[in-house]
Design a protein around this ligand. Structure first.
Ligand SMILES: NC(=O)c1ccc[n+]([C@@H]2O[C@H](COP(=O)([O-])OP(=O)(O)OC[C@H]3O[C@@H](n4cnc5c(N)ncnc54)[C@H](OP(=O)(O)O)[C@@H]3O)[C@@H](O)[C@H]2O)c1
Length: 298
């Protein structure tokens, strides 16, 4: 089985190279060999590597910048995704793709199910939602995992930013009225591998299990709750910090204005994923604690 991963330098793309390697012959490409702004580059990369499974972890992920850069976000998150999905449908292979909690407006009181109505608040969410539609329209075998609040020991993310700021500053002000589940790139990659293994192990009489799934860690917190956990864990691991958990002030979204609006409720219901693929999704603290330890011990 040949697996091609795009977005190799990203948080999820990096972890996919680890998690998918035991499943088959793995090739990973970055922007220099597969530039999603170029349709010819996508077609050439797929023709060259002839994958049975294409996993796309590349995306335009700068949520605020997308507000003023809609054409680029649309090209990378929508048009390119459609081209990849169509190419894989034509090959009869699988296309695996990632989407976001930002397809929702956050107005629902409970966690969002896959079947809930979407209503993105910004350009990023709108382009990701259109990307989902493009995958489905291509008509091939696919998995789309909507995830949220992604972090890893590498790359740009909230966990690393909080750790850096806690070293540099005496106090922090962090939004405490947005709720979601911090999800590690490791977990996303591991669940992707498990899902693909389950699919390849299925007998010919078993029904199709492709489609759209919500994939996050279990439990929920706020950005303030996450920052507090990061600082507490770092302190416990012996890091030298200027800021303690008591110095992290909870603030409202309105106190921290951003170009793109964020959903107040980012919680995703993962029942469909857990039941279909028989996976356990650990509490969000599990991977946060590991990541903080890894960062502090470097
Ligand atoms: N980060 C989050 O909080 C979050 C939340 C929900 C969903 N997601 C989704 O999860 C997936 C993985 O996100 P992530 O956090 O791993 O992203 P990330 O760390 O920001 O990485 C993005 C990747 O996309 C690549 N890329 C960007 N523009 C490209 C282009 N024109 N051609 C080729 N590659 C390009 C980047 O390459 P360079 O290194 O060359 O720039 C990088 O490898 C994405 O679909 C994202 O929408 C993320």
């Amino acid at each position: 089985m040949r697996i091609l991963v795009l977005g190799r330098t990203g948080q999820v793309g990096w972890e996919l190279q680890r998690a998918l390697a035991p499943l088959g012959e793995l090739v990973s490409c970055g922007r220099s060999s597969a530039d999603l702004t170029e349709p010819a580059s996508i077609a050439r990369t797929i023709a060259e590597h002839e994958p049975d499974i294409l996993v796309n972890a590349a995306a335009y992920t700068q949520v605020d910048r997308a507000e003023d850069d809609a054409d680029a976000a649309m090209r990378i998150n929508t048009a390119a995704v459609g081209e990849m999905a169509e190419a894989m449908a034509a090959r009869g292979g699988w296309f695996v793709h990632y989407s976001t909690d930002y397809v929702f407006d956050g107005a629902k009181a409970d966690a969002y199910k896959e079947s809930d109505a979407t209503a993105p608040l910004g350009v990023y969410g709108a382009t990701k939602l259109a990307g989902e539609a493009a995958v489905m329209a291509a008509g091939g075998q696919h998995l789309i995992f909507r995830t949220s609040w992604v972090y890893a020991a590498r790359g740009q993310n909230f966990v690393r930013t909080m750790l850096r700021l806690a070293r540099e500053r005496n106090s922090l002000r962090v939004v405490a009225d947005q709720t979601g589940s911090p999800t590690s790139a490791e977990l996303i990659a591991d669940v992707t591998a498990l899902a693909l293994k389950r699919i390849s192990d299925r007998g010919p009489d078993e029904g199709p299990i492709g489609g759209l799934y919500h994939l996050t860690a279990a439990g929920e917190t706020t950005w303030h709750g996450l920052a507090s956990r990061v600082v507490a864990q770092a302190e416990q691991a012996g890091a030298t910090l200027s800021c303690r958990t008591a110095d992290i002030e909870p603030i409202g979204t309105s106190d921290y204005p951003t170009p793109a609006k964020r959903p107040v409720n980012s919680r995703l219901d993962t029942t469909k994923l857990r039941e279909t693929f028989r996976v356990n999704l650990p509490d969000w603290r599990h991977h946060v604690d590991r990541t903080v330890l890894e960062l502090v011990e470097r």
